[in-house]
Design a protein around this ligand. Structure first.
Ligand SMILES: [Zn+2]
Length: 347
């Protein structure tokens, strides 16, 4: 049996399903989902069942994942454009290796260079955090569509270039039709950026929660004290018993109040795609030869004329965007990975 376990796709699927009103639970390396009828029908899966196993595998290229991506990007307006460039850089790429892309080990040589065209996507997503207060904002990310790597400073340099926009129906075929990888990776990144931007908000809600809990506790303590003092001046036995019962019920009442506060300051975050800009860009593609220990391989990297840098690449194990590249041997092959994946023993 082929394992379809991919933690990144699993978490992408659970976010999309939850956003659409489904209930999702992690069960080992699968998801157990309870879905609204309409959602289940549109995804062509049962309302109740396991996702990520053999019946509904979550792998790139599976029809189920395609339908999920379509759901995630539904209604997001997409604009298509092309960057015009008078010329492309011809030489001096060697110096950029070690500056834009750092290879931690192995021998690297550029074996060929070719002018090509590739596509980038600027994905704009909107986040809304709801708690006792609300906070919202936009996250803008640029991804290389083919690899899914995150491109720094692309939008910042965009105004320096002439862009021609394509009219609907006149979009050239260079744009990849399949966007599963780039969309799932950018949603994951957008979530990370959102969490970082909301860090202060999370902290301030937590501070207010702790302050309110402290005040409530103090209030209950003084209430208890007062009631106990009043007990001594009780008028009748019935009256005294009633007071005692009230005092006894105080901890429970306090717990309920604290629960209410926790609920009040709970934070719900939703992230939705607002718009996507896709650009066809002339680039220089470099073919690298990599030698490490007794192994050898090639790799294609891209010089990006917009930020005038070599594009970062994707860790071949965890799909994280990386500029520091580590060679890692598995099954007698070199993989290009991030630092933390390079520490995994798998020789
Ligand atoms: Zn990695």
């Amino acid at each position: 049996m082929i394992s379809s376990f991919n933690p990144e796709l699993l978490s992408f699927a659970s976010r999309i399903l939850e956003k659409q009103g489904g209930l999702v639970d992690y069960r080992k390396d699968q998801l157990f989902a309870l879905l609204p009828q309409e959602l289940a029908r549109s995804l062509e899966i049962p309302e109740e069942g396991h996702i990520g196993g053999t019946d509904f595998p979550l792998i790139y290229g599976s029809p189920f994942l395609d339908r999920l991506i379509e759901k995630a990007t539904q209604g997001v307006p997409i604009v298509y454009g092309q960057i015009e460039l008078p010329y492309l850089k011809k030489a001096g790429f060697e110096q950029l290796i070690g500056r834009d892309l750092i290879f931690a080990d192995g021998q690297i040589r550029i074996v060929s260079r070719a002018e090509a065209r590739t596509t980038y996507m600027v994905l704009i997503s909107h986040y809304l955090a709801l708690s006792d207060e609300r906070k919202e904002g936009l996250v803008r990310l640029t991804m290389h569509e083919e690899s899914g790597s995150l491109i720094p400073d692309f939008e910042a340099h965009l105004p320096d270039f002439q862009v021609t926009f394509f009219e609907p129906g006149k979009i050239p075929p260079h744009f990849p039709v399949r966007l599963d990888k780039v969309v799932s990776l950018s949603f994951k990144k957008a979530q990370e950026v959102t969490e970082a931007e909301l860090a202060e908000f999370f902290k301030s809600m937590e501070r207010r929660l702790q302050r309110d809990i402290k005040n409530t506790r103090e209030y209950f303590q003084s209430l208890e004290k007062e009631m106990k003092t009043a007990l001594k001046t009780g008028r009748s036995e019935a009256h005294e018993n009633e007071r005692k019962a009230k005092i006894k019920a105080l901890p429970q009442e306090l717990a309920r109040k604290i629960e209410d506060l926790q609920h009040k300051y709970q934070i719900q975050v939703t992230i939705t795609g607002s718009a996507a800009l896709r650009f066809l860009v002339p680039v220089v593609q470099l073919l690298l030869q990599i030698r490490y220990r007794k192994f050898e391989r090639t790799a294609r990297i891209t010089w990006n004329p917009i930020n005038r840098r070599l594009d970062p690449i994707i860790c071949e194990q965890c799909s994280e965007t990386i500029q520091a590249v580590y060679p890692w041997i598995k099954d007698s092959r070199i993989f290009l990975v991030c630092q933390s994946c390079s520490k995994r023993k798998n020789m």
